[in-house]
Design a protein around this ligand. Structure first.
Ligand SMILES: [Zn+2]
Length: 177
């Protein structure tokens, strides 16, 4: 996910991971659960963080770099979170706010989400933790978890708005996909 406050178009990638832009078909696919907690996974998570930071993102999910595994990272308000095989166990309230996505450069839209969530997740060692997020952090968790199910933020919008974004995205990518 991205934050509209950071608008400079950096293309720096120091992780070797390429962030795929909509309409890359992999973005619409469901990810597989992680069952191997090894050095390769730990390295991949570090690479996800690097790619996210290089693009001023607040979250990045594995499918966005072409890996269909239930892995995502979130970094907001000086806190970092690793989400592996995450599940929502409780949610409360409602918030409406602007959302962007590293797979939709320059595109932002209002999306309604729960105000607060509690999530059960594993870390890179396979240990299970419960984490809570409120406000923008909750929004980032839910946005990244949607990526693991092949769901995109534009799926919450009306057909009219979604079609306008599709056209804009097609122009951005120059029809590469
Ligand atoms: Zn996204």
């Amino acid at each position: 996910m991205t934050d509209n406050n950071n608008q400079d178009n950096k293309t720096l990638i120091d992780s070797g991971l390429e962030i795929l832009h909509y309409p890359a078909p992999v973005l619409k696919k469901k990810s597989e659960p992680v069952d191997k907690f090894d050095d390769e996974l730990a390295k991949f998570i570090q690479d996800l963080y690097s790619a996210m930071r290089a693009h001023d993102g607040v979250g990045l999910a594995a499918p966005q770099v072409g890996v269909l595994k239930k892995i995502a990272v979130v970094e907001y308000d000086n806190k970092s979170y690793v989400l592996i095989n995450p599940k929502i166990i409780e949610k409360r309230g409602i918030q409406e706010g602007e959302e962007g996505c590293l797979s939709f450069p320059g595109i932002y839209a209002n999306v309604t989400r729960p105000e607060w969530v509690k999530i059960e997740t594993q870390d890179e060692h396979g240990d299970t933790h419960t984490i809570e997020g409120e406000g923008y952090t909750a929004r980032a968790f839910l946005h990244e978890m949607d990526h693991l199910e092949g769901k995109l933020f534009i799926d919450y919008l009306s057909n009219l708005k979604r079609n306008a974004i599709r056209k804009k995205a097609a122009k951005h990518t120059g029809g590469h996909f």
